[in-house]
Ligand binder design. Structure first.
Ligand SMILES: *Cc1c(COP(=O)(O)O)cnc(C)c1O
Length: 474
């Protein structure tokens, strides 16, 4: 399989070439030249596989420059019961009739990002070792991404992580989770500022091309194709579980819907890929919080990026985005893979007009992809968390609550709805207390993490100080 850019650069690159890169040279995102089709017989054969076995089959369709035996070993190393807590890796549990929760949040940092990041850590270590190279990962986080990256890269040969976070602004649990890591290759820098300051520092360091090359600076952001590919697997794994009974009765391929709480769109953008490969998905329900850029797009065909002042701080903070990085991938497919048009919309049009509106003929193609959308507010989250706890004894986090609220608005008779659980409630304790008047349950082993010793260096909002830290610790 070869990869091309969403913005018109048709140079074909192999998977291991794009793995360690961010954007394509023309500023676009990498995409496979086509989506392999999975036929019914193959689907039936995959039903009996373990999660790692399924991941291997799907990844093999997109990766042909890593020997199969090596890929199998990397996948087996990433998806174990020891790391994810259950043999299913992404177990489902029922709520009301027709609605299930698919738990993507049982990894080391209790959020779905672990599923892609654990694989990315194994792939990075392998590819760097093969090339005899090292990499210094520099990132900014307001919580989930940074900790998932650190837990995936800890102890990996050839990789250092320098993660900037806004000092004192993450939840106490998130701070404890990141800052307590003892590994020598993990560096936490608590910036005396807000998340945007952290992001500006990362951008400034990356813009210094000489520094970037000299210190081999890389990223693990959500636009990496390998992350999106890893996420395709759990759409299949969810479908197999929820259709198990129908398959035993010999019924033909039932259709299933997925509801996904969306931020940068990495999670839900794996949905249309699974669907175009042939997985029988009825609807892809996209849920936003008060930051409703994407709900607006799917309702109106207009994509309007928000400024900082218009980006709300909410109780589902991992969805507080002003623009959705991965969304360009979906639009590229929607526009019939017209790189020039995609490049115009996400390049000049975004800079000039802060967004774009699809032409009527383009908008008319939207229904074919199965997307519907909706938004959820703080009050909706509280009500959904309370109701789910009282009626089903199931405690869900604030992001999953957004997904469930919007999922209920789109139920169709006879079509199971799988709501992707993107985090565990333990990560967002204050809103759980507000909704339920009690502390969230914590998975075993994490009871006392706030009292563990911390490794974290406080730095001012100062690009040069961060560069000097990297120079002395890389
Ligand atoms: C990252 C995250 C999201 C949003 O996922 P995207 O891939 O950015 O759309 C939703 N919920 C939680 C808990 C997250 O960590």
């Amino acid at each position: 399989m070869k990869y091309v850019s969403t913005r018109g650069d048709r140079t074909e690159r192999g998977f291991s070439e794009i793995l360690l890169e961010g954007l394509a040279p023309d500023g676009g995102l990498y995409m496979p030249v086509s989506y392999p089709k999975v036929d019914t017989a193959t689907l039936e054969r995959w039903r009996s596989l373990s999660y790692a076995g399924l991941a291997f089959e799907i990844l093999s369709l997109y990766i042909d420059d890593i020997p199969p035996a090596d890929l199998r070993r990397l996948v087996d190393q990433a998806y174990t019961e020891a790391v994810f807590g259950t043999p299913e890796i992404v177990p489902i549990r029922p709520l009301e009739p027709g609605v299930w929760i698919e738990a993507l949040s049982n990894g080391p940092t209790l959020a779905f990002k672990d599923l892609a990041m654990q694989l990315l850590g194994a792939l990075f270590e392998y590819e760097l070792g093969r090339r005899g190279q090292t990499l210094n990962i520099l990132g900014a986080t307001s919580g989930d991404t940074g900790s998932a990256a650190e837990y995936a890269m800890r102890g990996k040969r050839g990789v250092n992580v320098f993660m900037l976070s806004p000092q004192g602004r993450m939840s106490p649990f998130q701070q404890a989770q990141m800052y307590s890591l003892p590994d020598a290759n993990i560096h936490n820098l608590a910036v005396e500022g807000v998340f945007d300051d952290c992001q500006d520092i990362v951008k400034a360091v990356s813009a210094d091309l000489e520094f970037k090359r000299r210190w081999r600076i890389g990223t693990v952001n959500s636009i990496n194709w390998a992350r999106l590919l890893a996420q395709v697997v759990y759409y299949y794994a969810g479908w197999f579980q929820v259709t198990a009974a129908a398959a035993r009765r010999g019924e033909p391929l039932p259709r299933v819907s997925f509801a996904v709480p969306a931020g940068n769109c990495g999670n839900i953008c794996a949905g249309p890929v699974a669907r175009m490969m042939g997985l029988p998905i009825e609807q892809l329900v996209l849920a936003t919080n008060e930051n409703d850029v994407l709900d607006e797009f799917f309702r109106t065909g207009t994509y309007r990026v928000r400024g900082r002042a218009e980006t709300h701080e909410t109780s589902s903070p991992s969805m507080d985005i002003s623009k959705a990085s991965n969304f360009e991938r979906f639009v590229f497919d929607l526009l019939g893979r017209d790189g020039a048009r995609t490049g115009e919309l996400f390049g000049p049009a975004l800079v000039r007009d802060g967004g774009f509106t699809l032409r009527p003929d383009e908008k008319a193609r939207l229904p074919a992809y199965g997307f519907v959308s909706g938004r959820s507010t703080h009050a909706d989250r509280l009500a959904t968390i309370r109701d789910t706890w009282q009626r089903f004894g199931s405690m869900i986090d604030t992001h999953t609550a957004d997904g469930l609220k919007v999922a209920r608005e789109h139920l169709r008779p006879g079509v199971p709805m799988l709501v992707l659980e993107t985090a565990l409630p333990a990560k967002f304790a204050s809103t759980i207390v507000e909704a339920l008047g009690r502390e969230p349950v914590r998975p075993p082993g994490l009871e006392g993490i706030e009292s563990l010793p911390r490794r974290c260096t406080v730095v001012p909002v100062d690009v040069e100080r961060v560069k000097r830290y990297i120079e002395t610790h890389a």
